[in-house]
Design a protein around this ligand. Sequence first.
Ligand SMILES: [Zn+2]
Length: 307
Amino acid sequence: MKKYVYGIDVGGTAIKFGLFDFKGNLIRSWQIPTNIKDCGRHIIGDIREQIYTDMQENLMSAEEVEGVGLGIPGPVKGDGNVLRAVNLGWGKCNIKEEMQNLIQMRTEACNDANAAALGENWRGAGMGYEDVIMVTLGTGVGGGIIKGGKIVYGNAGYGGEIGHIHVQDGENQRCGCGNYGCLEQYASATGMVRIASKIKSEKSIADVSDITCEKIFDDAAAGERYALSALEIWGGYLGKGLSIMVNMLDPECIVLGGGVSKAGNKVIELLHPAFEEYVLKDLADIEIKLAELGNNAGIYGAAKLLI
Ligand SMILES: [Zn+2]
């Protein structure tokens, strides 16, 4: 009888593994470094080795394992087609078929931010809801849309790319995607530092090299002007971006994750004025929550793909 499922979060520096039961209890988890040599072609072999070793060491038979779910850092379609995954060195491939053939087990795949959204929906802050938007605030701004308990993959695998909503005209720096004025350029951790550095250098406060998000939050708590205005501007962009998503999708709840969300409820306070200004008034009371699964959200969601 099938009892277990593996959830795997394939990142550019580490591959995280989790073994789950069907109720979503994490039985064990571990990680290995990602071998991106030779265009990342060793990755799926490494995954197979880890899974087989884990099953052997723990006396599990293939009959007990439903399969493996994979979260991939790039656009992934519902049929497992990956357009590219730059951080892994991958070009176009069908990861679902390749992994399935190699490991002889059922395989499902999705984008890593979508996996995190599904994970939070299954066992984290979005539990009990059917329609959830998750936004991940890290180096970039990632996102995932859960509709009726399922990931919205989109036609090309770009479903939920909230980070590239256009929020600012006249920007002269290019976003990683090639466009100008994307939400990610302002609302990410990098964006927050950029906003603060700009304010500091405009006021010719000399040294901007040591600015981090943590320092900005600390300085704001100590009442430093530059930090307070940086956070206000930052929250303004985030609130605007979220209001666009909510007006379009009318979800039950928004979950905020990623490194910046560790600043806690302060993040929600900061985005709220702009959010309230731009969201449809009937939707203004939507629940905005902080993620609960941390770095494990991706393995939870990857596992849920099979259940
Ligand atoms: Zn962009």
